[in-house]
Write a protein that binds this ligand. Structure first.
Ligand SMILES: Cc1ncc(COP(=O)(O)O)c(C=O)c1O
Length: 324
């Protein structure tokens, strides 16, 4: 990835030059993972720069903070405005958006409560997470030897920094063993999710994904794919998935803000379906990319356009069609 190291970062309401956006090494979050964060994307579309499901992402941030008893003086509208202001201040056309709420600098007991709740919004350019080629060819993954967190240990629905210690173990193991990603099971041995993606499988034309109770993050891409699959008329089930169902699936794909919709072509060296992107994965991928690129009408109100001055690009579609 690598950061350009330029531009500004939003810190507690102020725009700070990238190199000055630092925190003290005695901040609570560094020692105990006491932070919650988001990962959203702004896309450069022919109709102008647009954030995908910014409201849903910022709502999840607020919920993650609530689970960890962190109060920050911004409501949903305030968070969305802060993100949009930061994108505009940096004149970004397309970027990855990382808002973070964390326990700052006061004392280093395990108890986080004496520490201030601070926040930042960081933007950078980030391309295809599992590689551009993987979007078409699919990638090779393994089932991780690490499980996802047990319920009643760390809450999977909160997107907390602490959960990513588990994700890091899954990811490092997969990379060390020569795979591009790891799929974790939950503590019952059923399929949970990837280190940073939700998982779907297709069998006999039915699309399935593990439920929230399988220790997954309630992904916003997952929710979008469930909606788009239903729009396309597919049967969709949120259901507990045993590990072996992965191997005999016709298609498997992972979804997330970073990974978007990425096909899986093998799991534990077992070929999935035909060993390439399957037709339902391709249909959903195409539909998803059409939505995020603004190529089709935004039926679900998922795009927030960033720049008022680009409003001219958003001429009503009917009028565009009439002139062409
Ligand atoms: C563990 C985990 N699961 C699922 C996802 C996908 O969530 P979303 O689609 O909201 O990005 C992510 C994304 O960062 C993740 O980290």
């Amino acid at each position: 990835m690598g950061f350009a190291g330029t531009g500004t970062i939003w810190m507690n309401g102020k725009l700070v030059p990238w190199k000055d956006a630092t925190i003290h090494v005695a901040s609570h979050v560094i020692h105990y993972g006491s932070g919650v964060f988001e990962g959203a994307r702004c896309y450069a579309t022919p109709r102008g720069s647009a954030c995908f499901r910014l409201d849903a992402h910022m709502q999840r941030l607020i919920h993650s903070a609530k689970i960890y008893r962190m109060e920050y003086p911004l409501d949903l509208a305030g968070w969305q405005a802060a993100v949009l202001d930061t994108i505009r201040a940096n004149a970004m056309k397309a970027c990855y958006i990382r808002p973070l709420v964390y326990r700052g600098y006061d004392s280093l007991g395990v108890n986080p409560l004496p520490n201030p709740v601070d926040a930042a919004i960081i933007l950078w350019e980030w391309g295809a997470y599992l590689g551009k080629e993987a979007l078409e060819e699919g990638c090779d993954v393994k089932v991780a030897s690490w499980s996802r967190m047990a319920p009643n240990t760390l809450p999977a629905m909160a997107k907390s920094s602490a959960n990513y210690a588990n994700s890091a173990l899954i990811k490092m193991e997969a990379l060390t063993d020569g795979y591009s990603e790891g799929i974790a099971l939950d503590v019952s041995g059923n399929v949970s999710e990837g280190s940073g993606q939700n998982l779907f499988l297709v069998r006999d034309g039915v699309i399935m994904t593990p439920p929230l109770a399988s220790s997954i993050l309630g992904g916003i891409t997952r929710d979008s794919i469930l909606t788009l699959a239903a729009d396309l008329g597919f049967t969709v089930r949120e259901t507990v998935i045993p590990r072996e169902a992965l191997y005999i699936a016709d298609e498997v794909f992972v979804v997330g803000t970073a990974a978007e919709v990425t096909p899986i072509r093998s799991i534990d060296k077992i070929k999935i379906g035909s060993g390439r992107r399957g037709p339902i994965t391709e249909a959903l991928q195409r539909t998803f990319f059409d939505v995020i690129s603004g190529d089709v009408p935004d039926r679900h109100g998922w795009l927030t356009y960033v720049y008022e001055e680009e409003a001219g690009l958003r001429a009503p579609r009917a009028a565009v069609g009439a002139n062409s």
